[in-house]
Design a protein around this ligand. Structure first.
Ligand SMILES: Nc1ncnc2c1ncn2[C@@H]1O[C@H](COP(=O)(O)OP(=O)(O)O)[C@@H](O)[C@H]1O
Ligand SMILES: O=C(O)C1=C[C@@H](OP(=O)(O)O)[C@@H](O)[C@H](O)C1
Ligand SMILES: [Mg+2]
Length: 174
């Protein structure tokens, strides 16, 4: 099985961190749509949003999704990738989508410890905790809708990788 694996979920759920470890374990390529945009445009998310607004960024990340998708590749998406129906359909039809699920409190604590403001400019103008509550309320249904598998992302990155492998029935005896 070498279908692309798409990691979806809110900011801070660990798509980038877990995605790298998952790709290493499987011997897959790893690509992160935000890093891809940083390399291809030379601009951070905050810079793209300042110049083109969120609609400009959303159009670029949708293009990036299509460009980076390839066999035997783990794709860490940005938290808002699921907002576009076309992106949800693309992920459902072209690979396996895995939702890294974690409650707002855990996401807020991770994001407060590592805000990375250049890559995570504010979405609502609110503080981290209030914003993540609002964002989850708006998006959880979309993550659920697109996901082939839902994995508990509150554990260590290695444990999350293991849970993904089990969900995919790719766990190896070791
Ligand atoms: N399973 C985990 N347990 C503890 N901390 C984590 C976990 N996954 C990610 N983190 C930390 O949370 C922050 C956000 O992780 P990241 O992988 O960038 O999330 P995302 O790409 O989903 O926004 C980073 O500081 C990362 O080290
Ligand atoms: O939730 C969002 O709308 C976003 C999440 C970010 O990615 P991470 O989920 O990897 O932090 C990044 O794509 C951008 O700041 C928008
Ligand atoms: Mg990320």
């Amino acid at each position: 099985m070498t279908q692309p694996l798409f990691l979806v979920g809110a900011r801070g759920c660990g798509k980038t961190t877990v995605g790298q470890a998952l790709a290493r374990t499987l011997g897959y390529e790893f690509v992160d749509t935000d890093s891809f945009l940083l390399t291809s445009t030379g601009k951070s998310v905050a810079e793209i949003v300042a110049e083109e607004g969120w609609p400009g960024f959303r159009a670029r990340e949708s293009e990036a999704l299509q460009q980076v998708t390839a066999p035997a590749t783990v794709v860490a998406t940005g938290g808002g990738m699921v907002l576009a129906e076309s992106n949800r359909q693309f992920m459902q039809e072209n690979g396996i989508a895995i939702w890294l699920h974690a409650p707002a409190q855990i996401l807020a604590s991770r994001l407060s410890a590592s805000p990375e403001e250049g890559q995570r400019p504010t979405l609502t103008g609110k503080g981290v905790t209030d914003e993540i509550v609002d964002v989850l309320a708006a998006r959880e249904g979309l993550y659920r809708q697109v996901a082939h598998h839902i994995v508990d992302a509150t554990r260590t990155p290695d444990a999350v990788v293991e849970a993904i492998l089990i969900a995919l029935q790719m766990a190896r005896a070791s």
